[in-house]
Design a protein around this ligand. Structure first.
Ligand code: CMP
Length: 140
C-alpha cells in the first residue's frame, strides 16, 4: 500500500457548531496524520474555482453560498491509501446513506451541510492541495 496525501475541508457547519476537534479526533483515530491545517474564510471566487467541476449542477450556487457562509478548516491528510481511507472515515456524501461511526453520519446536517469534503482521487488531491497550500506549509 502506498503512502498518499489527500485534501480535506471541515465545512462551515462544522466550524459553526465547534466540531473541528471532534472531527479531527476521528481523522487521527483512523491513522491519518494531519500534516497541514489552517482556518480560512473562503471568498466567492475561491469557492467557485474550487468547485468548478460542479458549475453546471443545480446545487452549485447554493454550494458556493454555503461554503462562504463561515470559516472552514482546510487540511492535508497523509497515510496509507489516504484518499480512499478518508472517504471511508467521512462516509457517504448524503448523511442519510452514511455508515454508523462516520463523520457525516455523526455530524452532518444535510447533503450540503455535510461537515467534511475529501478528494475523490490522488490526481484531484494534488490539485486541491496546491490550491490552498504551499509546499513549506505541509510538514509530514
Ligand atoms: P463535497 O465532497 O464537498 O463535493 C461537492 C459538494 O456538493 C458535496 O460534498 C455536497 O456537500 C454538495 N452537494 C449539495 N447538493 C448535492 C447533491 N444533490 N449531490 C451531490 N452533492 C451535493
Amino acid at each position: 500500500m502506498a503512502t498518499e496525501r489527500t485534501f480535506s475541508i471541515l465545512k462551515p457547519d462544522a466550524t459553526r457548531r465547534n466540531l473541528t476537534g471532534a472531527i479531527n479526533a476521528k481523522i487521527e483515530a483512523s491513522g491519518l496524520r494531519i500534516v497541514a491545517q489552517k482556518r480560512i474564510h473562503m471568498t466567492t471566487a475561491q469557492a467557485e474555482t474550487f468547485y468548478g467541476v460542479h458549475s453546471e449542477r443545480g446545487f452549485f450556487r447554493e454550494l458556493v453560498t454555503f461554503m462562504t457562509s463561515g470559516p472552514v478548516v482546510v487540511q492535508v491528510l497523509e497515510g496509507e491509501n489516504a484518499v480512499a481511507q478518508y472517504r471511508e472515515v467521512m462516509g457517504a456524501t448524503n448523511p442519510a446513506n452514511a455508515a454508523p461511526g462516520t463523520i457525516r453520519k455523526e455530524f452532518a446536517e444535510s447533503i450540503e451541510a455535510n461537515s467534511a469534503h475529501g478528494s475523490d482521487s490522488t490526481e484531484n488531491a494534488a490539485i486541491e492541495i496546491a490550491y490552498f497550500f504551499s509546499g513549506c506549509e505541509i510538514v509530514g
